[in-house]
Design a protein around this ligand. Sequence first.
Ligand code: DSN
Length: 447
Amino acid sequence: MVTKKQNTSIPKTSLQNPKSAPKQFIDRNWKSLKKNDPEVFGAISGEEQRERKGIELIPSENYTYAEVLAANGSIFTNKYSEGYPGKRYYGGQEYTDCIETIAIERAKKVFRCEHANVQALSGSPMNQAVYLAFLKPGDTILGMDLSHGGHLTHGAVVSHMGALFNFVRYKTDPENSGQIDFDALMKTAKRTKPKIVLCGYTSYPRDYRYEDFKRVADAVGAITMADISHIGGLVATGVMSNPFDSGFDIVTTTTHKSLRGPRGALIMCKSQYAGRIDKSVFPGLQGGPHMQTIAAIAVTLGKALQPQFRDYAVQILKNAKVLAETLMKNGAKLITNGTDNHMMVIDTVKSFNLDGKQAEAILDAVSITTNKQIIPDDPNPPLKPSGIRLGTPAATTRGMKEPEMVKIGNWISRTLAGTQDEKLLRATKKEVEKLCLKFPVPGLILS
Ligand code: DSN
């Protein structure tokens, strides 16, 4: 809650030469880590090599900016700042107030919302804070079924939220390109009387008609909530629908997926809910915010306001279409027969007679990173599910475009179809790594 007028101008610091100082700062810190903890340094350095050599296709991952890495590794990690700008419980908040206010104002501009809370530590506490702001234990939430694309925090039985609240799950129609039956959803809402109608997903390759969710929620007097974590960068740029345009009350997003920032989260809402959301995050659920992350979120949102970010978002969608088409041409069965967003889910059992665990492992062996994925009403267990999930944000960040997507789609299909052919696998790995070295990873420091 902002209770007094904030000074959002950047304070003067002792960095007299801002062009050269960050470089010296980075070098000094990394040199010190290398000397004093070679084990940890070695692991970080190894991860840098891995990220650089392979193709990252996990749809929730990305390569963040060098500036985000700098802010996220900054001295804000030293500071406690419970409370909100202008209303803190500790002294010394001149710069934390400044940075948090910048992040809030940029979030409001990027997502065109009335209020933003930038303190939730990541995706799960972000959604928990919303539920706990409005519901009592046992209250009902209408949310998407996990196997049809919903998230763990949308009421999966294994999550604490699933035990605390009564989640009623809706499904998609796999026979109809994964569409949602809103007449059926309306009937379910009238029967179960949810307090929140929740939409959002982690493995649903379609866009939503948010106005249909709003119609269902209005019919039963429920709050509307959209978790746009996967598509945050696509909504920010207007290349996918913004739930606020359909009158949604609450929109949540993590900041590290298509938005390309640090691991953090935003809870955005109409002003009438601002007090409840802020109190639910702090002191309700969390203590001191991670101000180094908030600084990095501010940087990310500044980048999202630049025109190049929209170009990147447009390219993510183009790349996803081409990758999906190439895979389907090569015989892959996608669960929604195509994609409207950045991701796709291959039914690897039907397409290649491999379960998701086997498919993930064989692709890892040729330096293509994906993740095993349950498919709608999967008969197989989550650690050996029937599919894999792919997405294009990270490859797009590296500058890959349609021609590279065709190559990647062909490599994936030929690898999954030729798992016994050692020579082919070796050749594919070599080709993959050769291509990757032509597309630098932003922000790499050590290598
Ligand atoms: N783990 C994230 C994803 O991969 O979609 C969601 O929390």
